[in-house]
Design a protein around this ligand. Structure first.
Ligand code: DAH
Length: 349
């Protein structure tokens, strides 16, 4: 029967505590844990000695082994959390920016097709001697209707229902609203275009939206002719489309021109065979025009016996649709990213 080896346990505990004190990393701690507290570790394996002890001594020896193990374990856990905390603090101190990672590519935008066409039209018309003017989108009933020979009881008003403001002003229904203003501002002869947004209070479909873009053009001189109007329009359209465009002229009625015409171009989306843009006709109404009505010249302060003029109102939104083969006008101002991501250019190719 051997004597109670409690002293050995105390010694073992001291060894374990020393080892713990030496351990400066989490790995080293784990190693100490394995060495002393693991199943085969030197503290736990003390239990195997129980069988050789006097039965009366077994409880006290077993209890002491457990106490030593618990004490070492407690200190070990305390060191472990201390080391973990230190490691975390160290990691936080390290710089977060890794200059070796690949950079993020900035997404580059593109100009709206309406802007591209607008700029192109400005350029073409400037080269032909036109002023490029900008007028308010909120305008008076006078400039939008009366001054254009469309009095309040005129049936033409039904076709251009609009949004009214509480102060009696309206959202212009067409860029023609700039005609009288221009005549009042500039001394003839002159040529001018005024592009911009216009508004209609009506239901929408593939070729109608409540907000769209037009370009108005007027030419005032002592003598103007329909032939000059047509040749100017043909030059314009060929420039925009980069090729000879087929056109047709039909009589058209607008209160502010006499005679008035509808200039159509053959549909560039379907090539003339018929689609939703051209309402299956093969032709797209693009450009109403005519010789300015004497009443409009008068409203602009010009004597119709002395001055004449021609005018046109080009559907810029339609032109964009033709140019880029867009089948629904609502895409233009719809803001659908999937639609926009197709346009990456920043200039007309
Ligand atoms: N302002 C007209 C519209 O929006 C279009 C128009 C027709 C303009 C004939 C003109 C013109 O200058 O001469 O429906």
């Amino acid at each position: 029967m051997s004597s109670l080896p409690i002293d050995e346990l105390i010694e073992l505990k001291q060894l374990a505590l020393n080892a713990l004190e030496q351990a400066q990393t989490l790995d080293a701690l784990t190693e100490v844990e394995r060495e002393y507290l693991g199943k085969k570790g030197s503290i736990r394996s003390q239990m195997r000695r129980l069988g050789k002890l006097d039965p009366s001594q077994r409880p006290i020896f077993g209890k002491t082994v457990n106490e030593v193990a618990q004490e070492v374990e407690k200190i070990l856990e305390a060191s472990r959390s201390q080391l973990k905390e230190a490691e975390r603090a160290e990691a936080l101190k390290a710089p977060h920016f890794d200059p070796t990672l690949p950079g993020m590519k900035a997404q580059s935008g593109a100009l709206h097709p309406l802007t591209l066409i607008d700029w192109r039209l400005d350029e073409i018309f400037r080269s032909m001697g036109f002023y490029v003017l900008d007028y308010p989108e909120v305008d008076s009933e006078y400039y939008n209707f009366e001054g254009l020979n469309i009095p309040a009881d005129h049936p033409a008003r039904d076709m251009q229902d609009t949004f009214w403001l509480t102060n009696g002003k309206l959202l212009r229904t067409h860029t023609s609203a700039g005609q009288v203003r221009t005549m009042q501002t500039f001394k003839p002869p002159f040529k001018a275009i005024f592009p911009g947004r216009v508004f209609r209070y009506e239901s929408t479909d593939a070729s109608h939206d409540h907000t769209f873009h037009q370009v108005e053009g007027i030419y005032i001189a002592k003598e103007v002719s329909v032939a000059h109007l047509i040749s100017s329009m043909k030059t314009l359209l060929s420039e925009v489309f980069g090729r000879e465009v087929k056109v047709r002229l039909r009589p058209g009625y607008f209160p502010f021109v006499e005679p008035g015409f509808e200039l159509d171009i053959s549909c560039l989306v379907c090539g003339g065979s018929g689609c939703s843009v051209c309402k299956q006709s093969g032709w797209v109404e693009l450009l109403p025009c005519g010789l300015i009505h004497p009443n409009v010249l008068r409203a602009g302060g010009l004597d119709p016996d002395e001055w004449q003029g021609w005018a046109f109102g080009l559907g810029m939104s339609r032109l964009v649709m033709m140019r880029y083969q867009i089948e629904d006008i609502r895409h233009l101002l719809g803001g659908d990213i999937r639609f926009w991501s197709q346009f990456t250019g920043t200039g007309l190719e």
